[in-house]
Design a protein around this ligand. Sequence first.
Ligand SMILES: Nc1ncnc2c1ncn2[C@@H]1O[C@H](COP(=O)(O)OP(=O)(O)O)[C@@H](O)[C@H]1O
Ligand SMILES: [Mg+2]
Length: 257
Amino acid sequence: MRDRAIIEIREASKEYETNAAPVPALRPTTTSIADAAFVSIVGPSGCGKTTLLKMIGGLIPASTGEIRIKDSPVTHPREDVGFVFQSAVLLPWKTALENVLLPIQVRRRASAADVRRAEELLDLVGLSGFGGRYPHELSGGMQQRVSICRALIQDPACLLMDEPFGALDSLTRENINVFFNKLWLQTGKTVVMVTHSIQEAVFLSTRVIVMSERPGQIVDDLVVPFPAQRAPEIIGSVEFGELANKVRKYFTKANLD
Ligand SMILES: Nc1ncnc2c1ncn2[C@@H]1O[C@H](COP(=O)(O)OP(=O)(O)O)[C@@H](O)[C@H]1O
Ligand SMILES: [Mg+2]
């Protein structure tokens, strides 16, 4: 069951229409992502990573090809797909709890059960008791955890994350990586994450997809062979270093983003 594909990308490409010449952002791309996998996408700045993630999330249409999630074509943003952006983008005048409930409240009044679920999610990310705080009362790492809860409130099968931890300092980032590995194990979500950190990609993922310069295409697709539960100690291991170097060799000249 774990190997069943939940996301299927078939010859999906993107060319942005502009007032000037069209911008080819992504070459026809084909791959599939297994249920409960954790897939990272790394590649040079501007190679189409965000474009691909937005296409999977139904935020923008593909120019050619098709993307299917759970065997149905992606045509618009779906409730079973959560999106986490690089910055937490919380509404400053709403509390943490209200921000988590936002995806529900744009459609209907939140029920007592919704509030309970939001509180459970805040507990899960280590923010019990912080539901009443406003974003400016929370650190960057805490804000990003609130936005992860917001992406999880509708219990999506897939979580798409665009450089979610990029704005955090390196110590916070390491802690949140360990925490996020646990969250992924506990929730069983399929995660697709764009990151510019090779270490973060190898540490968190079951698979790392490497993309070329724009217009991007997949140039490598590596299995990360470590057990699902990751301890920070693996970062110092020979296997970890070898895998990270394998990814790094694609970017000796290019600018990673
Ligand atoms: N809305 C848009 N209109 C025109 N060009 C765009 C648009 N969005 C992105 N691009 C261009 O498409 C390419 C890929 O962008 P993006 O997917 O954001 O790259 P990445 O996330 O890998 O840095 C870039 O050259 C970018 O400038
Ligand atoms: Mg991007």
